[in-house]
Design a protein around this ligand. Structure first.
Ligand code: SAM
Length: 281
């Protein structure tokens, strides 16, 4: 019998969400891989778990303990993976370790539990039957513009993570790409004292953030693009402007917007001609 790698979900705020099975699994393993030994040490002592070795397997050193992990699994011992919050592998370390352990032929299992994306999605009030998780979108440049254009055209509900100091910029960019009328839910501080879900238009979200500066942790849930409706001229021009402002040249801005909206080349090209050329172009 070989051991198992066990991905254990931990609370996203409220310590009461650590499940009895999570505690059992953590107590039963030989090693716990975590992002930060101090942070996880506090959680373990809260749960009355002591005497288990902790090793750092963070974003930069996820595979640093692989030999150690594989050695323990081969000798029949379980190894747990936890992160600072929520489900390992979701915008957190875990994915590469799972792939390496599967590749080495060992079993992987999980103790499911909190994940901010799932809680925000179900609280949004939007369609949960089909959705896309985008995690943190690229911070700048062409990659960001392309991603925003793709998100604007997405029919399914889109879930995003964002840091508080980037919220205003991201809401403004989403409004530019999707139009200010598209609906969004901003879910903050989930499971914590100041839990709040704000629902309304992207335009309203921008106003809200101007009035009440963003604080704490946020998940954004964006309603999908209206089904069956072709992009309007205004949406195409907005998407073209967003692409051009982020440094794309006209040819690639047109290609990106065509791919995202499904609009015909001639139409996107003609609309691009209505945008005055920048002095730098
Ligand atoms: N693995 C985690 C999960 O399962 O949700 C996500 C980790 S990711 C590094 C951290 C991001 O998740 C935060 O920036 C925020 O977008 C979101 N998040 C985590 N906890 C949250 C909470 N209590 N309320 C709202 N968003 C949260």
């Amino acid at each position: 019998m070989t051991g198992r790698l066990v991905l254990v979900s931990t609370p996203i705020g409220n310590l009461g969400d650590l499940s009895p099975r999570a505690v059992e699994a953590l107590k039963a393993c030989a090693l716990i891989c975590c992002e930060d030994t101090r942070h996880s040490g506090k959680l373990l002592s809260h749960a009355g778990i002591s005497g288990i070795r902790l090793a750092v397997a963070d974003e930069h050193r996820e595979l640093a303990r692989l030999d150690d992990v594989l050695g323990l699994l081969s000798s029949g011992l379980d190894v747990a993976v936890i992160t600072d919050a929520g489900t390992p592998g979701i915008s957190d370390p875990g994915m590469r370790l799972v792939a390496a352990v599967v590749e080495a032929g060992h079993q992987v299992t999980a103790v499911p539990g909190p994940a901010a994306l799932v809680m925000a999605l179900v609280l949004s009030g939007f369609d949960t039957t089909r959705f896309v998780f985008e995690g943190f979108i690229p911070r700048s440049g062409r990659e960001r513009t392309d991603r925003l254009t793709e998100i604007a055209a997405e029919r399914r509900t889109v879930v995003l993570y964002e840091a508080p100091h980037r919220m205003e910029r991201t809401i403004a960019d989403l409004a530019a790409a999707c139009g200010g009328e598209r609906h969004i839910a901003m879910a903050r501080e989930l499971t914590k004292l100041h839990e709040e879900v704000w629902r309304g238009s992207l335009r309203g979200a921008g106003q809200r953030l101007a009035e009440v500066p963003p604080r704490g942790e946020y998940v954004l849930v964006l309603q999908g693009a209206p089904a069956g409706e072709a992009a309007t001229d205004e949406q195409i021009v907005t998407a073209l402007r967003t692409a051009l402002e982020s440094g794309a040249d006209r040819r690639s801005a047109i290609a990106t917007v065509m791919a995202a909206t499904g609009a015909a080349k001639r139409r996107v090209y003609d609309l691009a001609l209505t945008i005055p050329r920048d002095a730098n172009e």
